[in-house]
Write a protein that binds this ligand. Structure first.
Ligand code: NDP
Ligand code: HEM
Length: 516
């Protein structure tokens, strides 16, 4: 872990060297007034008092007091970069989306990686789900694919999201992370099992952001030019391969460089080692959707098995440019699952529908109502034309001299009838109610994951990782959790139980419970 000798550490030196040939810029106020002294307060006499007319002092300190935006409510710690997407395979039979219209087509994009339950100081070596969001600056508008590094999610009903996150965050009384609330939630909502096994597996602590896969997780609908629709899942698989941090090395990473993953991304790109991912889709026809009985294809706690729904290659995602302002382009980038383009539509996946509300809502609070005016959030490959006006930080008349009302007789923007968005043939029926599906085949796919995907060493590490964390829950919660784990596999339940017993004995003997 080299710090000051790497590309990130040399950023200021590189800037300095690049400025040697140019005259040094003169210091000014924000309004451009020259500043002759930047180190001393304006005072009456050398010992004060200070004068209210010291505009230079007041301007800088007042701006300083406002130089943070609130952290994201989840996924606060992250890193970002820019690059492009290039189509390598034709999927126009499934979607009319312009971004996929021909082989070789290149679309610029921005990516932000993140860790879910974090603040800006959390170590990058934390065990948690990683976010992997992509903003494609397409010619038909910005398409945001706001994904994670695992193909499933904790819950299948968005009603539970605030409680899920409350259970994972610090206890509101003590301000300390305490696993008992999380295990209580997980034991009472066993649909969390699939995500839980993945997070406590080796991939729960990825070595860098380059060495993880991405998944759109939720189910989308692709619509082709004949208005035929297909259900779809997005996968983006790392060309660097998967690498994880072994548990015993976490303290070294956390103490040595808590920002190691952010640093790794910056340095890789600065050194010209551009990370890339291969994008694939899984497609389910309307007929297959009706015939799929083993699981609900709109349930994001389930995957679509590869053998039934093979990965179809689409293109390459390459990251080749670091941000020029971390705050402007990474902290204030705003992704939203509702940002879709013609040919890619939402499905009835309940979590996707709940998410479609949350993102822009929090961004209006977190960044401000005109957050889409920031260059990183604006369309890059087309313009935006509408009747939204004014508000805090609005920098221009958004209607480009045109009218602010619709309909109008003054050449304002008109609907684009050829670009129908909801063109999937969607009809719904059913009684309005709250359908709580706590028990919808929660253990089938976790069983396959545990028994068929993990090798014996990975299974043992999974059980140890669970026991290490579960030991902090109450005995009632532990017992309920062991019941659930036994339904995945008696072998897993037994290994976790043994791990809990060993840790209890070690605690009674006053020894450390952390396994080497
Ligand atoms: P396969 O048996 O064809 O492949 C297993 C998948 O599991 C591979 O994609 C593999 O990724 C991935 N994997 C391996 N270790 C882990 C881990 N620790 N955490 C998360 N994923 C991991 O898959 P099937 O479609 O037959 O599904 C079997 C089980 O595999 C599922 O129940 C699910 O738990 C898991 N899975 C399925 C995915 C899907 O979309 N179908 C995607 C990811 C996981 P790699 O190839 O990179 O090693
Ligand atoms: C960020 C809500 C499920 C991936 C966020 C944010 C909110 C949110 C409010 C903060 C956004 C911001 O401040 O800009 C929800 C809700 C969910 C949900 C209500 C379920 C009901 C998911 C799922 C995934 C996911 C299933 C994975 C597919 C992400 C990612 C970010 C994020 C990657 C970080 C985006 C960034 O880098 O700026 N989520 N989320 N979320 N969410 Fe979700």
């Amino acid at each position: 872990m080299e710090l000051l000798f790497d590309e990130a550490g040399k950023q200021l030196t590189n800037f300095h060297l690049s400025q040697k040939v140019k005259p040094t810029r003169k210091l000014t106020t924000e309004d451009g007034r020259p500043i002759e002294n930047k180190t001393a307060l304006l005072t009456a006499g050398p010992r004060g008092p200070a004068l209210l007319t010291d505009h230079v002092f007041i301007e800088e300190n007042a701006h300083f007091n406002r130089e943070m935006v609130p952290d994201r409510v989840v996924h606060a710690k992250g890193a970002g970069a820019f690059g492009h997407f290039k189509v390598t395979h034709d999927i126009s039979r499934y979607t009319k989306a312009n971004i996929f219209s021909k082989i070789g087509k290149v679309t610029p994009l921005a990516v932000r990686f993140s860790i879910v339950v974090t603040n800006s100081g959390t170590p990058d070596s934390t065990r948690d789900v990683r976010g992997f969001s992509i903003k494609f600056y397409s010619e038909e508008g910005n398409w945001d694919l706001v994904g994670n590094n695992f193909p499933v999610f904790w819950i299948r009903d968005p009603m539970q999201f605030p409680s899920l996150i409350h259970s994972l965050r610090a206890n509101p009384v003590t301000g300390l992370r305490a696993p008992d609330a999380f295990w209580d939630f997980a034991s009472l909502r066993p649909e969390t099992m699939h995500q839980l096994l993945m997070v406590f597996s080796d991939r729960g602590i990825p070595q860098t952001y380059r060495h993880l896969n991405g998944f759109g997780v939720n189910t989308f609908v692709l619509v082709n030019k004949d208005d035929e629709s297909f259900f779809c899942k997005f996968h983006y698989i790392s060309n660097q391969g998967i690498k994880n941090i072994p548990v015993h090395k976490v303290p070294m990473y956390a103490a040595g460089d808590p920002d190691h993953a952010r640093r790794d991304l910056y340095n890789s790109i600065a050194e010209g080692k551009y990370p890339s991912w291969t994008m694939y889709i899984q497609v389910m026809t309307q007929q297959q959707f009706i015939e799929t009985k083993a699981f609900n294809p709109l349930d994001d706690t389930k995957v679509w098995p590869h053998k039934d729904f093979p990965l179809i290659e689409v293109g390459q995602i390459v990251l080749d440019k670091n941000p020029s302002s971390f705050h402007g382009e990474v902290e204030q980038i705003a992704f939203c699952v509702a940002n879709l383009v013609p040919g890619i539509e939402p499905s009835m996946d309940k979590v996707l529908q709940g998410r479609a509300f949350s993102y822009a809502d929090t961004q209006r609070y977190r960044i401000g109502p005109n957050f889409k005016e920031l260059p990183v959030n604006s369309p890059l490959s087309c313009s935006s034309n509408n009747y939204l006006i004014m508000g805090p930080m609005n920098s221009k008349y958004m209607q480009k001299d045109g009218p602010a009302h619709f309909p109008n007789s003054y050449s304002g923007p008109q609907p684009d009838k050829e670009k129908k968005f909801f063109s999937q043939k969607l009809s719904t029926s059913g009684l309005v109610d709250r359908y709580d599906d706590v028990d919808d085949n929660n253990f089938g796919q976790p069983k396959i994951f545990y028994e068929k995907v993990l090798n014996p060493d990975e299974s043992l590490r999974l059980a140890a990782n669970i026991a290490e964390n579960l030991q902090h829950a109450s005995s009632t919660t532990q017992n309920l959790m062991l019941e659930h784990l036994n339904r995945v596999s008696e072998d897993l339940g037994q290994n976790v139980k043994d791990g809990l017993n060993t840790r209890q004995r070690l605690r009674q003997e006053g020894k450390s419970t952390t396994e080497e």
